[in-house]
Write a new protein. Structure first.
Length: 111
């Protein structure tokens, strides 16, 4: 069963073509460090780091420090194995007992 507190962050993290590319790249080619991924993606390191942070916050990738090809310390990212069965039943399971977005007062829902 998908937990409601992880479903939305995971969907938001995967709702971006760059982050989908990162997931695919890490799945197909294994762990990469930031500079390596940025070069392959053709984007800046700060922008890539922002995308990796979103994926890491959603628990879709993890990172650990290692040594890059140039001998310097680098942060390596790897995919976390996940199975996200997105069906109406799975969504309903995550929302069981939840308040309607219209009645929530904490502003946690986007318009």
């Amino acid at each position: 069963m998908i937990r409601s507190d992880t479903l939305l962050p995971q969907l938001q993290a995967l709702a971006n073509p760059v982050r989908l590319w990162i997931v695919a790249r890490l799945h197909q080619h294994g762990p990469h460090y930031v500079s390596e991924l940025a070069r392959a993606a053709g984007i800046s390191r700060p922008l890539l780091k922002m995308h990796l942070r979103k994926l890491e916050d959603a628990q879709l990738v993890t990172s650990k420090t290692g040594t890059a090809d140039n001998g310097k310390s680098a942060n390596f990212f790897q995919i976390v194995s996940f199975d996200l069965p997105l069906t109406p039943a799975a969504i309903a399971d995550t929302q069981a007992g939840s308040e309607s977005p219209a009645t929530r007062k904490d502003g946690d829902f986007d318009a």
